[in-house]
Design a protein around this ligand. Structure first.
Ligand SMILES: Cc1cc2nc3c(=O)[nH]c(=O)nc-3n(C[C@H](O)[C@H](O)[C@H](O)COP(=O)(O)OP(=O)(O)OC[C@H]3O[C@@H](n4cnc5c(N)ncnc54)[C@H](O)[C@@H]3O)c2cc1C
Ligand code: SF4
Length: 477
């Protein structure tokens, strides 16, 4: 423990952000690095608890008190080793994780938690700057000769592929898109993670021996049969990308889109890549975003950067409280989530239900809405006599996901679907087909990057056990 009285003397410092007027004019990362002195001071707030609840709150089981102490003592090299022991990609979580470890931090009981996420990001940034993050190439005599196919290149697929390659197997990652990264590349905006950050990891993995095949839609080319014949094991990491739609009058009008269709196009435009489908753009439009989660916030941030005329975010249910009215520690508090993009503009409204859309000449012009209320049984219902209309040119549906897309690959494998629409796993990550494992959103339903990495690691260990009967891969994370 760095400073035994640190938590008594030092308060939590927020992560510095770029000025909101400046940052909405570009797609660069929103946050600024915290100066090293501040990071060490923040690390000194860690109490090195006997039972570190932060570690339990983290799906990866990150060794948080260890690296807090090492940062405080200026032992950055050891800190990155400790961080990499449980997390293959700390730069992804350091930038993007909502950090369930922080509300689990013991300090939360009567103070603000340790800035765990910021310390994590500082460690990995320092490690890259110093050249400490190098490819770990398995020696040729450690190669097992076994072949593994990883289907999907999001954080779950990448974590599984890296672990299995380190275990000595020959790993090929198949990705239907033209770039590697899953939602990290096509979904999450550049101002949350600039894409060179993803490419840097992918390049290291290529150097380590992982083979990546883009524009490879498993089920079609290669076929499911090809994969089962040519590979000893398969990891399904296809995500949960089947976006929820609405069935209301006027849904067919031009100008109503699933959020992911817009977000993918935005990522392509920012990367300077062509958009093959009809363009969806918020520029100069009156935009309405339906839904209140991560996807909705990403549509909001992009709409501002595209200079929309106005943006409204509407949510079906009631506004969550801004602060919990009771102690929720160590669990995640059910409170209003306000992200950096909400500071940049736009209106947020709650308890609004959509009854339909109308337009002119096939083009959306207005949305028909009604106020909602919660019944004593907790159901959200429409309030009679409260109908009204909102003028709009673009509506983005960010109302959740049904689970993985039920495409040819999954239908061929015939593994079934559970109540979340996801692929069921029997023991841990094994599916009903021998040698076929599932990880990440494909198994959990839409979730988080930290869970995707944790599951990719665990599925890799199970596949390694299946292939060789033993495994040196970590069972943590
Ligand atoms: C807009 C948005 C913003 C988000 N923001 C955050 C955030 O800030 N922080 C956070 O922690 N989480 C966030 N999430 C959730 C997070 O991105 C996911 O939980 C995570 O990416 C899941 O990883 P995955 O590897 O399971 O799947 P994905 O990242 O979805 O990757 C699946 C990949 O599989 C590919 N694929 C599918 N089928 C096939 C096939 N048959 N053949 C070949 N390839 C195939 C897909 O093209 C895709 O690239 C966000 C989600 C969305 C939608
Ligand atoms: S719970 Fe908080 S104070 Fe305790 S070890 Fe973890 S980070 Fe440090």
């Amino acid at each position: 423990m760095g400073d035994p009285r640190g938590f008594l003397k030092i308060g939590r410092k927020p992560t510095p952000k770029r000025d909101k007027v400046e940052r909405v004019q570009d797609y660069r990362y929103i946050y600024e690095p915290m100066p090293e002195g501040d990071i060490k001071e923040q690390a000194a707030r860690c109490m090195d608890c006997g039972v570190p609840f932060c570690n339990i709150g983290c799906p990866l089981g990150n060794l948080i008190p260890d690296w807090n102490d090492l940062v405080y003592r200026d032992h950055w090299r050891e800190a990155i080793d400790r961080l990499h022991a449980t997390n293959n990609f700390p730069e992804f979580t350091g930038m993007l994780c909502p950090a369930p470890c922080e509300p689990a931090c013991v300090l939360t009981i009567n103070d603000d938690p340790v800035t765990i996420k910021e310390i994590e990001l500082s460690i990995i940034n320092r490690a890259f700057d110093e050249g400490w993050v190098a490819a770990k190439i398995p020696p040729p005599d450690k190669r097992t000769g076994k072949k593994v196919a990883v289907v999907g290149s999001g954080p779950a697929g990448l974590a599984a592929a890296q672990q299995l390659n380190w275990a000595g197997h020959n790993v090929t990652v198949f990705e239907k898109d033209d770039r590697i990264g899953g939602l990290l590349t096509y979904g999450i905006p550049d101002y949350k993670i600039e894409k060179w950050v993803v490419d840097r990891r992918v390049a290291l993995m290529e150097e380590e021996g992982v083979e990546f095949r883009t524009n490879a839609y498993v089920g079609y080319d290669p076929t499911t049969e090809d994969l089962r014949r040519d590979y000893d094991s398969v990891i399904i990491a296809v995500g949960a990308l089947d976006g929820r739609d609405m069935d209301v009058p006027g849904r067919e009008l031009d100008g109503i889109h699933l959020a992911m269709d817009y977000l993918t196009q935005q990522n392509r435009r920012v990367a300077g890549l062509p958009v093959h489908e009809r363009e969806i753009t918020a520029k100069g439009k009156n935009v309405i975003i339906l839904g209140g989660g991560d996807t909705s916030a990403d549509c909001l941030g992009n709409s501002h950067r595209e200079e929309a005329a106005s943006v409204k975010v509407l949510t079906h249910g009631p506004k969550p409280p801004e602060n919990p009215d009771h102690l929720t520690w160590p669990d995640w508090p059910s409170v209003l989530q306000t992200y950096a993009v909400h500071e940049e503009g736009g209106e947020r409204e709650w308890q609004v239900g959509v009854t339909g859309f109308s337009g002119e000449n096939g083009q959306l012009k207005r949305m028909h809405v009604v106020e909602t209320e919660r019944t004593d049984e907790g159901k959200t219902v429409y309030k009679e006599g409260t109908e009204f209309e909102i003028e709009c040119d673009l509506v983005l549906l960010a109302i959740g996901f049904n689970g993985p897309v039920r495409d040819k690959f999954l239908e061929d494998l015939n593994l079934g679907y559970n109540e979340r629409g996801a692929i069921p796993a029997e023991e841990g990550f094994a599916t009903s087909q021998p040698g076929v494992f599932v990880a990440g959103d494909a198994k959990r339903g839409a979730s988080l990057i930290v869970w995707a990495i944790a599951e990719g690691r665990k599925a890799a260990r199970q596949a390694d056990l299946y292939l060789t009967g033993k495994s040196m891969l970590s069972s943590i994370g």
